[in-house]
Design a protein around this ligand. Structure first.
Ligand SMILES: [Zn+2]
Length: 291
């Protein structure tokens, strides 16, 4: 979650040819040598600015071909001439990097393609995403240093910054995600907090958290009959957090949730009233069937 390895740029001339020339050789748009060079320069500038918005990313030299490049994004679809680029980018994401709760089945333009038309098929501007995250991000107005972090370029602390504030009362578990500003000071914390809100992660992960905790139940079940299991349950949850860090990288929501539960006294006092409440999980199942 949050961060992915920078994808290889690939052969840009081959990408442009595939984008702008039909299989039968019919040319959609004939790039002049100057335009081709400008696109190379533009992609290099995009990397230089780490994908942050900048006026030089909309160069006048590309005014004549920018609509052709914008429309060529259609070729980055499953049956398009750039479908291998699509597959390569999506295959690199084991799950949606924005939420960590669904498969990445779409590509999100970090800089929106309607604002930065000439970057529409730049693979480093295309971020694997699940559909709900892509939809929730929407056409965010790009402003340098604000908004959603760049999944390929953002530098993140090599420590845990995602916090899951967890409260449990009357059989209801409420989890709210936030960012530890001691670990990720502003302006990074502001961007991460904005991202959590924009993507509605608290609401959207609630269902995944229920399912996830049901999966954790067999491990906790082993501790049920030992006398005074509170500390054992806490340690079990903290160990699970370390294991999730190793499996998913730092700051996955699952690691944050188990740490949140390990710090939640009311859950530690009586986890069974939640875990044994099959109505919670059956309701989730019913909802899935209805969907
Ligand atoms: Zn997502």
């Amino acid at each position: 979650m949050w961060k992915m390895r920078l994808p290889p740029a690939g052969d840009l001339n081959a990408q442009l040819n595939a984008a702008l020339v039909h299989i039968n050789g019919t040319v959609v748009y004939e790039l002049s040598p100057e335009e081709r060079q400008s696109i190379h320069d533009l992609y290099a500038r995009y990397d230089e600015f780490y994908g942050e918005p900048h006026h030089t990313l909309n160069p006048e030299a590309l005014n004549a071909c920018r609509n052709a490049l914008h429309d060529a994004y259609g070729q980055v679809q499953v049956s398009g001439r750039l479908s291998t680029m699509r597959a390569r980018l999506l295959d690199a994401a084991p799950e949606c990097p924005f939420c960590g709760a669904a498969p990445a089945t779409t590509l999100d333009h970090h800089l929106p393609k309607d604002d930065y038309r000439s970057l529409s098929i730049n693979p480093r501007n295309l971020i694997p995403s699940c559909q709900p995250c892509n939809r929730a991000k929407g056409t965010l107005e790009p402003v340098a240093g604000e908004g959603i972090i760049h999944t390929y370029f953002q530098t993140l602390p090599e420590e845990t910054f995602l916090v899951a504030q967890t409260s449990y009362a009357d059989g209801t578990l409420v989890v709210s995600f936030s960012v530890d500003e001691q670990v990720a000071p502003p302006p990074l914390s502001e961007r991460l907090t904005f991202q959590i809100g924009r993507l509605k992660l608290d609401d959207r992960l609630a269902k995944s958290i229920n399912t996830f905790l049901f999966e954790l139940k067999p491990g906790l079940e082993l501790l049920r009959d030992i006398p005074d299991p509170r500390e054992f349950i806490k340690n079990h949850l903290l160990k699970a957090g370390v294991s999730f860090d190793r499996s998913f990288g730092l700051n996955h929501w699952k690691a944050a949730v188990v740490r949140g539960l390990a710090a939640c006294d009311s859950f530690l006092d009586d986890p069974w009233s939640y875990l044994d409440n099959e109505a919670v999980f059956m309701a989730e199942l019913d909802e899935e069937v209805l969907l």
